[in-house]
Design a protein around this ligand. Structure first.
Ligand code: FES
Ligand code: FES
Length: 168
């Protein structure tokens, strides 16, 4: 059994402690927004925010997040209430095939949470581990800058909606 905070909600999951967090999320907690790409920590498709840091979860044992805060793409906003960053993504027509975009949004969110007004170089550095085969990099940068200009918090999860749960 392992416990952590998922998108503002305390969860307990009964899994082997060496199970990668990505598979705990997709297979046990049924949150499918985070994608599997390389499985080797190289592409960023599986990124989640762990205690403020964009983290590759395909190679992260779930034991590593015990009692930590984990944010997935589902925790950034809701379809009817997009975060400012997500709205900037829409406004700048960022996604192409979309496969990498969950990870891109997570890394961009982590960046803006720690640095609300990043320079071009800081954006490049923060986003360098997130690969996009469709080449959406220019529009990703535009969207991050637009969200930064709007000076908005990038995580809109409402803790008042939180509940606790045990998931096997
Ligand atoms: S799937 Fe985790 S970094 Fe590629
Ligand atoms: S939008 Fe297709 S891989 Fe990034």
């Amino acid at each position: 059994m392992i416990s952590f905070i998922l998108n503002g909600t305390s969860v307990d999951v009964d899994v082997s402690l060496d199970t990668p967090l990505l598979w705990v999320m997709r297979d046990h907690l049924k949150l499918k927004g985070t994608k599997f790409g390389c499985g080797m920590g190289l592409c960023g498709a599986c990124s989640m925010i762990v205690d403020g840091v964009s983290t590759r979860t395909c190679i992260l044992p779930v034991a590593s997040v015990a009692n930590k805060n984990v944010t997935t793409i589902e925790g950034l906003g809701k379809p009817q209430m997009l975060s400012t960053l997500q709205q900037a993504w829409v406004d700048n027509s960022v996604p192409q095939c979309g496969y990498c975009q969950s990870g891109q949004l997570i890394s961009a969110s982590a960046l803006l949470n720690s640095n609300p007004n990043p320079s071009d170089a800081q954006i490049d550095d923060a986003m360098s581990g997130n690969i996009c085969r469709c080449g959406t990099y220019p529009n990703i940068k535009k969207a991050i800058k637009a969200a930064a200009t709007n000076q908005v918090g990038v995580q809109t999860f409402d803790p008042s909606e939180s509940t606790s749960g045990v998931v096997a």
